[in-house]
Design a protein around this ligand. Structure first.
Ligand SMILES: NC(=O)c1ccc[n+]([C@@H]2O[C@H](COP(=O)([O-])OP(=O)(O)OC[C@H]3O[C@@H](n4cnc5c(N)ncnc54)[C@H](OP(=O)(O)O)[C@@H]3O)[C@@H](O)[C@H]2O)c1
Length: 434
């Protein structure tokens, strides 16, 4: 059978990983497919300085992506540039030229994946995007194939390796957020501008894609409540441990009677749960199905090789579809259309909450806070105070019974005005066991 030809645009972390694997596994890939995947063109702005694996043989090099997308010797374009500008132009041009596409671009697919997928279907081309969520975990294949016979009722995941690394190091060593972030930056684990990771935006893009795949609705990042991990302290871990919990940045999509509640936020999760055991830069996704109940997926969420495997596996899948002449005709972003999974505001969520205060100690503090909670019909469960050597910035914690997010927000807003508080209360949901 004829070879299927690949053009790779972007030779950074992911592109270089994919190229290495395509070269090292060329023979085994050919045996699995029954034909060869051949890299015929590569592109990056600094392509002249890039060293390519010798096993690839003769490859066209260019710094102009249009020469890859317009190359008659390219069947599949791998967009591994990232961002929402040039990457979008590349994908638009690939569709216009009838080239199939593999992408690792979570940002773009979260923002306008549904529209891109619709155009790809109309153009009769194939599209795959496994590497866009949780790098090395084949979660797209799981949702689109492995458990597609089920109806998903909830997903919860650790979707950002950098913030999980920071939280687990804070927990392990009792270090502050700022210190661990600075170390992570020095080690190259965190970007110099860490906002996408620590403020939850990267995980939000991934959750938008995952939830769209799982629930078949058009879900965009703006449907998802997002809150980062900057306010978490080492003391919060001490209190969470007292309660048998730990703290993780959890991306969750849950079907409720009122609709789909979507959030990326730090939350308390029970230490005994499998998700709590996810340490360092690892990612994990837990999925609950109506019939199949719980399944759990774990692996490296980033890095040239794990993400490269996802890209190469996507190239193989698309190559098979090209040979069989059967592109994915149903968009993973809009297969449901039954209206059961409409996103609804986070304020409808019901959870027990962990409320952490920092106060200038004085008599009557608990009574004042309890009065505000009672006025919002929030039932207090426990008050915890660990030993502390200052009365001027004294931390303590109140946990409350399941309450609506709306009531908690109103109470927190009212409490924030109290003169003895050093900062607004930190409110974290306590997730039910996963
Ligand atoms: N890094 C990960 O572990 C990971 C995991 C999952 C998904 N992803 C996604 O994978 C994609 C790529 O990420 P990455 O980490 O590999 O990024 P990266 O290391 O920054 O690489 C980007 C590549 O794109 C090239 N490029 C940028 N603008 C270009 C242009 N106008 N024309 C041609 N080439 C251009 C760059 O070329 P020069 O270097 O020559 O300038 C570079 O080779 C992103 O969508 C990212 O979200 C990454």
């Amino acid at each position: 059978m004829h070879d299927v030809n690949v053009g790779l645009i972007g030779l950074g972390n992911v592109g270089s990983g994919a190229l290495t694997i395509l070269a090292a596994n060329a023979d085994s890939v050919a045996l699995k497919l029954g034909f060869r995947l051949r890299v015929t063109a590569v592109c990056s702005r600094s392509v002249a300085r890039k060293e390519l694996p010798a096993q690839l043989g003769s490859v066209t090099r260019t710094a102009d992506w249009r020469e890859v997308v317009g190359n008659p010797n390219v069947d599949i374009v791998a967009e591994l540039v990232g961002g929402t500008t040039v990457a979008k132009e590349i994908i638009d041009a690939a569709i216009a030229n009838g080239k199939s596409i593999v992408t690792a671009n979570k940002e773009l697919m979260a923002l306008c994946g549904a529209e891109i997928w619709d155009r790809a279907i109309k153009a009769n081309i194939n599209l795959a995007m496994e590497a866009s969520v949780a790098g090395g975990i084949p979660i797209h294949a799981v949702l689109r194939e492995g458990i597609s016979g089920d109806r998903i009722v909830a997903i919860a995941g650790i979707l950002n390796g950098t913030s999980n690394y920071i939280l687990t190091e804070m927990e392990r060593r009792g270090e502050s957020f700022d210190n661990v972030l600075a170390e992570a930056q020095a080690l190259g684990y965190a970007e110099s501008d860490p906002s996408a990771d620590v403020d939850g935006y990267d995980a939000r893009s991934k959750l938008a894609i995952l939830a769209a795949l799982a629930f078949g609705e058009r879900i965009t990042p703006s449907d998802i409540y997002v809150e980062g991990i900057r306010r978490i302290t080492a003391q919060d871990f001490d209190y969470a441990h007292q309660l048998g919990h730990t703290i993780r940045l959890v991306g969750a999509a849950t079907q409720t009677e009122r609709g789909l509640i979507l959030s990326v936020r730090p939350a308390l999760i029970r230490q005994s749960t499998i998700l709590a055991g996810v340490q360092g830069a690892y990612n994990a996704v837990w999925v609950k199905g109506q019939f199949g109940a719980d399944t759990f997926y774990y692996g490296r969420g980033a890095g040239p090789n794990p993400t490269g495997v996802a890209v190469v596996s996507d190239l193989m899948r698309v190559a098979r579809e090209i040979r069989r002449g059967s592109p994915e005709r149903v968009s993973p972003f809009a297969h449901e259309r039954l209206g059961e999974y409409e996103p609804v505001p986070i304020t409808l969520q019901h959870r027990p909450y962990y409320l952490r205060f920092r106060v200038e100690d004085q008599p009557g503090i608990i009574a004042e806070l309890a009065n505000i909670l009672a006025a919002k019909h929030i039932s207090l469960e426990a008050v915890l105070q660990l030993p502390c050597d200052t009365k001027h910035n004294l931390p303590f914690v109140i946990t409350v019974e399941p309450s609506s997010e709306l009531a908690i927000r109103e109470a927190v807003e009212q409490m924030s005005r109290l003169s003895f508080l050093k900062e607004p209360p930190l409110a974290l949901p306590m997730e039910p066991p996963l």
